[in-house]
Design a protein around this ligand. Structure first.
Ligand code: FES
Length: 107
């Protein structure tokens, strides 16, 4: 199956250790930028109680949920430590400064 790759803006629009949200249909996707300029995309919903991960703190390849401080891996979307749960992760790549999301199969 071919992935549909969609350009969603520049990495320069996201502060380091910050995030920005884009919509895909009904889903909000949080795109994170790490301190070393890697990008990751997760559904903007904490696996605990749907907290907005895009408003969390990015550190060490993870984001800490702003509501109850669960720590979620940016790469896999899984909760770290004793907490259990997983948020959907979305394929993302960079083309120069441009962020490209893999949004499901091509139509
Ligand atoms: S909703 Fe994220 S830690 Fe509770």
């Amino acid at each position: 199956m071919t992935q549909a790759w969609v350009r969603v803006g520049s990495i320069n629009d996201i502060p380091r250790r910050g995030a920005r949200c884009v919509k895909s249909g009904e889903m909000s996707i949080a795109i994170f930028r790490t301190a070393d300029d890697r990008v990751f995309a997760l559904e903007d919903k904490c696996p605990h109680k749907n907290g907005p991960l895009s408003q969390g703190i990015v550190h060490d390849g993870c984001v800490t949920c702003p509501l109850h401080n669960w720590v979620i891996s940016l790469e896999t979307g899984t909760a770290q430590g004793a907490d259990e749960g997983q948020t959907m992760s979305i394929p993302v790549r960079l083309d120069g400064d441009e962020i490209i999301l893999g949004l499901g199969p091509a139509k």
